[in-house]
Design a binder for this molecule. Structure first.
Ligand code: AMP
Ligand code: MG
Length: 304
């Protein structure tokens, strides 16, 4: 990627990158923010996004060829914040063989029968791949925190459910992310931060537009009533788990064109930082290739 474009992207995403949780407050990020770009930048931004997507596709091929790093992208948000469409757009140029998206729903009884990191751990990307989590183990300190009755149904030994449980889960998540990082899994976490008013507008659209009816769920409207509790849970989780090696991006999500460019920019920054290169062969491997080449080149017939 051109250094100029990369610099511009890096500057654009910087305010939304949280790698020292202790200083973070959710009120610092306005869901309607567009990084000082007016809506007249919408077209330019979409062109930019296309360029970025093309570049990402090349990087992904190097990631695959090198087969050392794995990339894990985690998406969390309130309903209708645009997780699915952001994933769809940003990853649209990527070779499907090198990328896997997993959506985590209400845990099954088999999943509940295990520790809370079990189900996500099984879906981690292999080396050389990009794994996308549409929701994740963070639900364990978000929806479960907002609805403690879920915790009661989790089959934990009674004595382990204490007031400290959320702090303990943050610690476990942080330790797990540090462990993954040390094993070559590069992590980025995205909270798509939509306003309650924009969510209301999007829900109404899902009701009014027949083609969007399938996206509407009455449960989502009920969850909306717990808005403040969710915001507190998000803020606490981000404060406790944002680190330089596994930063959160708190992405303004009221304008989808801006959400996409910030997410794409953060992935570009990550991949750039990995310094991906196609593997270079050792001299003897190269010599062997040349021998093979000789065999493949048609022999010239002697015409005389
Ligand atoms: P959706 O992504 O809209 O299809 O909804 C998935 C639902 O599963 C959301 O309401 C999540 O809050 C819920 N969910 C995901 N993970 C968990 C979990 N660990 N415990 C309880 N509910 C969860
Ligand atoms: Mg939903």
């Amino acid at each position: 990627m051109e250094t100029k474009t990369l610099k511009r992207l890096t500057r654009l995403i910087a305010p939304y990158r949280i790698d020292d949780g202790k200083k973070f407050k959710l009120k610092h990020v306005d869901p309607g923010d567009t990084g000082g770009l007016g809506s007249e930048y919408k077209d330019e931004a979409s062109e930019w996004l296309q360029q970025t997507i093309g570049w990402l596709a090349e990087e992904q091929e190097k990631l695959f060829a090198q087969d050392k790093w794995a990339v894990l992208l985690i998406f969390q948000a309130m309903d209708a914040a645009g997780k699915d469409s952001t994933i769809k757009h940003v990853m649209s140029g990527i070779n499907p063989q090198g990328c896997e998206v997993t959506s985590f729903k209400v845990p099954t009884s088999n999943e509940i029968d295990h520790d809370f990191l079990w189900r996500t751990n099984r879906r981690l990307p292999e080396r050389g791949r990009i794994g996308i989590f549409n929701r994740s183990y963070y639900e364990e300190v978000l929806v479960v925190r907002v609805h403690p009755d879920i915790l009661v149904r989790q089959k934990l030994p009674r004595g382990l459910i204490t007031k400290k449980i959320w702090k303990e889960r943050y610690e476990d998540i942080s330790a797990y992310e540090r462990y993954l990082t040390r094993n070559g899994v590069a992590i980025r976490k995205f909270f798509l931060h939509v306003s309650q008013e924009e969510q209301r507008r999007r829900f109404l659209e899902r009701i009014d537009d027949q083609e969007k009816n399938w996206k509407f769920s009455a449960q989502d409207v009920r969850e909306r009533e717990h808005w403040d509790d969710y915001m507190r849970a998000f803020e606490d989780a981000i404060r406790a788990t944002a680190t330089p090696h596994a930063p959160w991006f708190v992405v303004p999500a009221d304008n989808k064109w801006f959400t996409r460019i910030v997410v794409a920019g953060a992935i570009v920054e990550l991949m750039e930082g990995l310094g991906l290169r196609y593997p270079v062969l050792a001299d003897e491997q190269r010599a062997e290739l040349l021998t093979m080449r000789q065999r493949l080149v048609p022999r010239k017939r002697n015409r005389s």
